[in-house]
Structures are given as C-alpha cells and as structure tokens.
Design a protein around this ligand. Structure first.
Ligand code: UD1
Ligand code: MG
Length: 468
C-alpha cells in the first residue's frame, strides 16, 4: 500500500518516497519483500503515482495498481485485488511506511499461516502482526474477546477511552486467505471517524463470519514502527543506521563511534577497514578492505579500493584505486578516477579527471577535465584552466611529468611524457616529450632600490598628520 499522501509529513513528496538511511521507505520495504523470496507483488500507487512507480522502475516481480482517489487502506487493497489470482494461497499485505519490518518477520508470518493451512481443522483466514507498545498512540488497537481471540482492530480516532488503554497494536502487516479477503473487502463501509474504507475492518467482518484469525507478535517491537511524520522518520532512520553499523561490525569493520556515523543501507565496506567518527557514507558507495576512513568524510556513490586512507574529505561519484591517500580537505567530484598509489592532498579539487598510478597532487590544485599519466608530480597551486567561458576543454599530461608550483595549464593543451613545467608558468601550447617549458618574464634586478627609496618614504611618513 503506497498510494497515500502522507498528510502528516507536510511534504510535497509522497510519504513512501521519503528516505531513511539512503533508501525510500517503499524501497526498503520492497528490499525486505524481495529478501523474503517474494517475486510477485502488486504495489498500489495513487498520490504522486508516477513518481512512486518510477522509484521502483525496472524492479523484477512488481506490478502496479492505481488507487484514485485514495479512500483508505481497504479501498487501496480493493484496487489491487483484480491483479491477484484467486488461486493465490496467501495474500500478504504490507504498508509502504513501515521501513523497519524485516524479511525474517515476513517469513515467520508466512510459515505460521502456511502451517495452519496444512494442519489445522479450521485453517486461519487471516494472520496479523502485532506488538505491545508502551506508547501505542496513533496505531490501531487489537480488540480481543474473553477467550483471547481477535475480534476487531479499532483505529485511534474511533477508539473509546477504554479501547485506547489497549497497548497491543496492529503493525499493518497481514496475510489473508484470498476468498476471505475478497468477501470482507466487498462489505467494507466508511462509517468511521475518518470517513475511509479501513482495511482493518476486514478483521471484525471475518471474526463475525466465524472465521479463524490469529496474531503473530513481532520479535522486535521496533519492526512495527509506522512512519507517519518526520519525527518517526528520523527514529526509523536511526534504527536502520544502527542495524547497518552492526551488520558491518559483525562482518569485520571497525567503527570507532557508530552513533556518530551515518552509513546508508546500500553501502559496502570490506573487512579490516576502520571508520573514524563523524563519517557519512552514502548511496551506492563501496569501500575495500584495510582502509582507514578518518574522521569527517562525506563519501557518496564512490568506489574505493583496498588499503586507502581518506581523511576529512568530500567524495562524490569518484573512483579510487588501491592504496590511495586522500586528504585532509580534498574534494573529489564526479568523474575523478584515481589509479593505484595516488596521493591527493589538502585543498585539491578534482573533477572528471583520470590520474595515473603513483601520481601526486599534494596541495592547493584544481584538476578538471584532465588525463594525467603515471608518476606525475603536480606542484602546489597548479590549475587546469578548463573553461573558456563557453566550453570545457581537456588537459593531457603524459607519464613522469613534473609540473612546477603555481602553474596554469590552459586547455586544450598537452604536456607529453617526461616533460618539466617551470614553476609559475602559464602553459598554452603543447610541451614536447622530455622538454622543459618556462613561461614567465625574466627576473629584473634594480640595485640599491631599498636604500634610495627609503629616505623619501620616511619623509612622507613623518609629514603625514597623526591619526588616532
Ligand atoms: C494504519 C492502520 C493501523 C496500523 C498502522 C500501522 C488502517 C485503517 N490503519 O494506520 O491500524 O496500526 O497502519 O502503521 O489501515 N494508503 C494507501 N491508500 C489509502 C490510504 C493509505 O495506499 O487510501 C497506504 C499509505 O500510503 C501507507 C499505508 O497505506 O503506506 C498506511 O496508511 P496510513 O495512512 O499511514 O495508515 P495509519 O494511519 O498509519
Ligand atoms: Mg502509517
């Protein structure tokens, strides 16, 4: 169910597209559905339908149903039903706003339901996931009769004062027998506080029919968290970050202070890598083994090899070879592509630049739209002047080149293998292999300049009026 607007988010973005730990809530639920081995799924979209559908574009095994307008969770499932075959053994229904639900729990629900179909005289018509919360506010409450069987779910807004005391809540995850679900859905009405067709009313209808229903208590109450506002979103994200850090640590990654780091769900990190405090690893980032990710790094959608050291740097869509040494204060932008043993030091910015093995850009440089060979030394303050105000141009630097400090390389330009650029040069023409290029005016020397000048200067200072 992913058609709701999510009014309580107060957002232009459909609720299920809000992200927690790098995945949309819907994407996270979908990930667990796939992990549970389910490959036949109908996703009901409505509010922001195109956007929600696009977020899962190309995912195998998912189809979409449209709910327009959105008249409640029961109405939502009614829209999906025509796409579900009547011979379907078990219909699993999940909310798109419960990102902490795990695949294991979905499997546990299915096993319980399937076992009942095989062995019970009266097999279950429905199974729902529940938990007991200290603060059940906002959730549907599980109403039971004297023998303990479930008779209804009452929504917060419809509950009596007495029912609000019930701490057992509906997690919004259900398995139903197809025929039972179909018959109850057809009988829903919207006579309730919200004027909606509630899926939860299926429970009281089936109970009144004499059908058997049961609950499965969630192993971890946090899993049932439904995200309706941004406070709950932050709490869910914190839990996903915690799980991710735990998973990595158990796989051999050292994280010095896990609560200070935000490592998103799709990030991969190899064993024996150490992550220092205040690092954020985002998107489709992968980090090899034996790396040191020192404090305050922000790394997004980047691929990093083994045994690299990265300190206080920002990387976005960069590719880094083994044993690279980055930072502190480096900024690697999209298309920065470093071979092995490269050094990029402080206040160096790289964009769309391939840097060959063993090359060094140790300080204060901008290297953009460039191909740099192996064993090149880029002196402090070197700039590739890649932009002429209209177009971007390429700077090519061969192998074993030495670029002196404070040089400008005005693109398009090529510096061939083994060439030297004298410090302070502005290079506008090709430099041949093995050549030294010097482009600066000869130094002049004017003798005794200081002594000649100083008496006048002194007199000027003396004659000027004193200022407070
Ligand atoms: C729902 C349950 C509540 C349960 C809680 C668990 C109902 C009536 N109530 O309440 O018992 O404790 O989830 O988190 O089901 N949606 C649609 N179409 C609609 C309305 C909702 O697709 O017309 C989707 C939403 O996008 C969302 C999910 O269904 O992903 C749940 O809807 P939401 O409005 O969040 O229901 P809750 O008030 O949380
Ligand atoms: Mg909800």
């Amino acid at each position: 169910m992913a058609a709701g607007k999510g009014t309580r988010m107060k957002s232009n973005l459909p609720k299920v597209l809000h992200k927690a730990a790098g995945r949309t809530m819907l994407g996270q639920v979908w990930h667990e559905v796939r992990a549970a081995g389910i490959d036949n799924c109908v996703i009901v979209v409505g509010h922001g339908a195109e956007q929600v559908q696009a977020s899962l574009a190309g995912e195998p095994g998912c189809r979409f149903a449209l709910q327009m307008p959105q008249l409640g969770t029961g109405h939502c499932v009614q829209q999906a039903l025509p796409q579900i075959l009547p011979q379907t053994q078990a219909v699993l229904i999940l909310c798109g706003d419960t990102p902490l639900l795990r695949a294991q729990t979905i499997n546990a629900m299915y096993q319980r339901y399937a076992a009942s179909q095989q062995k019970d005289n009266q097999p279950l018509a429905g199974l729902l996931l529940t938990t007991i919360l200290d603060n059940p506010h906002g959730y549907g409450r599980i109403v039971r009769n004297n023998d303990g069987s479930v008779t209804a779910i009452v929504e917060e807004k419809d509950a009596s004062a007495e029912q609000r005391q019930i701490r057992e809540i509906n997690a919004g995850a259900y398995i139903f027998n197809y025929a039972a679900l179909q018959s109850a859905l057809a009988r829903l009405d919207n006579n309730n506080a919200q004027g909606e067709y509630y899926l939860t009313d299926v429970i009281s209808l089936l109970a009144a029919d004499g059908q058997r229903l049961d609950t499965l208590p969630a192993a971890d109450p946090l899993e049932t968290t439904g995200v309706n506002d941004r406070v709950q979103l932050a709490a869910a994200a914190a839990e996903l970050f915690r799980r991710k850090a735990e998973e990595l640590m158990l796989a051999g990654v050292t994280i010095i202070n896990p609560v200070s780091c935000c490592i998103e769900m799709d990030v991969q990190v190899g064993a024996d890598t150490i992550i220092y405090p205040n690092c954020q690893l985002r998107g489709q980032t992968s980090i090899g083994s034996g790396c040191v990710i020192d404090s305050d790094c922000l790394i997004t959608d980047s691929q990093i090899g083994n045994d690299c050291t990265i300190t206080k740097s920002v990387l976005n869509q960069a590719t880094i070879g083994d044993r690279a040494n980055i930072g502190p204060f480096a900024y690697l932008r999209p298309g920065a592509n470093l071979a092995e043993d490269v050094k990029v030091g402080d206040f160096a910015e790289l964009k769309n630049a391939r840097i060959g093995r063993g090359s060094k850009i140790p300080h204060l440089s901008y290297i953009g739209d460039a191909e740099v060979g192996e064993n090149v030394n880029i002196g402090c303050g070197t700039i590739t002047c890649n932009y002429d105000g209209v177009n971007k141009h390429l700077t090519k630097i061969g192998n074993n080149v030495f670029v002196g400090s404070n040089s400008n390389l005005v693109a398009p330009v090529e510096v061939q293998d083994d060439a030297f650029i004298a410090a302070g040069s502005t290079i506008t023409k090709q430099v041949g292999a093995g050549a030294l290029a010097v482009e600066r005016s000869p130094q002049r020397e004017i003798a005794n300049w200081g002594r000649e000048k100083s008496p006048k200067a002194l007199a000027a200072i003396k004659s000027s009026p004193k200022q407070d």
